[in-house]
Design a binder for this molecule. Structure first.
Ligand SMILES: Cc1ncc(COP(=O)(O)O)c(C=O)c1O
Length: 362
C-alpha cells in the first residue's frame, strides 16, 4: 500500500504515548481512576481550558459522546444535532441505548453545520406538551462529518439559541485539536467561552492508542441552572454501568498526559492539517476533480472523474469511496501521513487526468 487516507484511526500512536504507557505499567497504582496520573489529567485539562473542570476518561469516542449526553437528557428528551452527524448516523443506536431511548433529531444546515434558525424553531416547539419529547441537549461536531469547522461566530450562533432556553451544549470533539488549529484560537475560546458546556475531547484519532476525555465546564452548566455536581456524579455511575470505568485507568491517563506534554496534541494535529492543505491544494490543480466541501482541518470530501478512484486504488492508495454519491471519496490525513505519500497521490491523480484527456484511458 502506498499511502492510506482511509481514516485518522488507521495510524497507530505516537512513540511518547507508548513510552508513557510502558512507564505507567510498572509497579502498582490504585485502580479505577484513583491513581496520581488520573488526578494529573484533570489538573492538566483544567489548565488547558483555563477553568475548573470535571474530567472522565473513557476509551472510545462513542462512549465519550453518549455518556456525556446521557447525563444531560431524560429518556423523554430530544437531542438536537446535525442530520449528517456521527452521533446520528454512525453510533449504532448507542445514543438511544445509553440515554434509555431519548430521541436524536437531525437539524439541517450547509456543510454539516447546524442551521441556527432551524434549531431555534425546534427548541421552542411543543414545550411542556406531554405528548412530545422535550428538547434537552444540543450537540455539535467540531470538526464536522464532512470536514468543515464551525467558526467561533457559528458556534456562538448555536449556543445563543441554547442559552435562550437554558439547554446544555455538547461538543463532539473527536477531532478537537484539528479544529482548534484550523481556527487558531485557544481551547477555552472554542468551548466554554463560546457557550459550550461539555466536550468530548478526542485524542485517539490524533496520536493516542485509546483515550478520550469528557470535560465538563462546571460554571457554564451552573450558569444554566444545571448542577454540575449532579451531572458529574451521574456520569461516574453511568461510566461504570456502561463498562468504561477502566480498572487500570492509569493506562488511559498516561496516554492523555503524554498527549498533553510538549504540545504533542498540537504538533500532531498541525502535521495532519498541513498534509491536508497540501493534498487539497494539489487536487485543486487536477482537471476533473471537484472539491465538495473545502477541508479546513484534516478531512476532505471530493468528487473524482469516472475511473479515477479505481485507478488510484489500483496504484495502491487507500481511501473510502462507494458509500456516497457516484465518484465521491473521503480523504483523511493523520499525524503520521507522509508528505511523500501525499505528493505521490497528487502525481497519480494528475497522471490519470492526463491519460484520460489524451484519450489513453476511456
Ligand atoms: C466525529 C466523530 N465522533 C465520534 C467518533 C467515535 O469514535 P470511536 O470510533 O472511537 O468510538 C468518530 C469516529 O470515527 C467520529 O468521527
Amino acid at each position: 500500500m502506498k499511502v492510506a487516507f482511509t481514516s485518522d484511526n488507521i495510524a497507530g500512536a505516537s512513540d511518547s504515548v507508548f513510552k508513557a504507557m510502558m512507564e505507567a505499567a510498572q509497579g502498582d497504582a490504585m485502580p479505577y481512576g484513583n491513581d496520581d496520573g488520573t488526578a494529573q489529567v484533570a489538573h492538566r485539562l483544567s489548565e488547558l481550558f483555563e477553568c475548573d473542570v470535571d474530567v472522565f476518561l473513557v476509551s472510545t469516542g462513542t462512549a465519550a459522546n453518549v455518556l456525556s449526553i446521557s447525563a444531560l437528557t431524560p429518556p423523554w428528551g430530544s437531542v438536537l444535532c446535525h442530520s449528517e452527524s456521527h452521533l446520528l448516523n454512525d453510533e449504532c443506536t448507542a445514543p438511544e441505548f445509553y440515554t434509555s431511548g431519548a430521541r436524536f433529531v437531525g437539524i439541517g444546515g450547509a456543510d454539516a453545520k447546524m442551521d441556527p434558525t432551524q434549531l431555534k424553531k425546534l427548541v421552542n416547539q411543543k414545550i411542556g406538551d406531554v405528548h412530545s419529547c422535550q428538547p434537552s441537549v444540543i450537540s455539535l461536531s467540531q470538526v464536522t462529518e464532512v470536514g468543515s469547522v464551525y467558526s467561533l461566530e457559528e458556534i456562538r450562533a448555536i449556543t445563543d439559541v441554547a442559552k435562550s432556553v437554558n439547554l446544555p451544549v455538547h461538543m463532539d470533539g473527536a477531532r478537537f485539536a484539528n479544529a482548534l488549529l484550523a481556527l487558531d484560537c485557544t481551547p477555552a475560546e472554542m468551548t466554554w467561552k463560546a457557550g459550550v458546556d461539555i466536550v468530548s475531547f478526542g485524542a485517539t484519532k490524533n496520536g493516542v492508542m485509546a483515550a478520550e476525555a469528557i470535560v465538563i465546564f462546571k460554571s457554564s452548566l451552573e450558569a444554566k441552572g444545571i448542577s454540575s455536581e449532579k451531572v458529574a456524579k451521574e456520569l461516574g455511575y453511568r461510566r461504570k454501568r456502561g463498562g468504561h470505568l477502566h480498572s487500570k485507568m492509569r493506562l488511559l491517563s498516561s496516554q492523555m498526559i503524554a498527549y498533553l506534554t510538549d504540545d504533542l496534541w498540537r504538533s500532531n494535529a498541525a502535521h495532519a492539517n498541513a498534509m491536508m492543505t497540501l493534498l487539497q491544494d494539489g487536487l485543486r490543480r487536477v482537471p476533473g476533480v471537484k472539491i465538495n466541501t473545502p477541508a479546513q482541518a484534516n478531512m476532505l470530501f471530493c468528487t473524482l472523474p469516472a475511473g479515477m478512484a479505481e485507478y488510484l486504488l489500483k496504484e495502491g492508495f487507500a481511501f473510502y469511496g462507494g458509500r456516497w454519491e457516484e465518484g465521491v471519496i473521503r480523504l483523511v490525513t493523520s499525524f503520521r501521513t507522509p508528505q511523500a505519500g501525499v505528493e505521490a497521490f497528487i502525481v497519480s491523480a494528475q497522471a490519470f487526468a492526463e491519460l484520460s484527456l489524451s484519450g489513453t484511458i476511456a
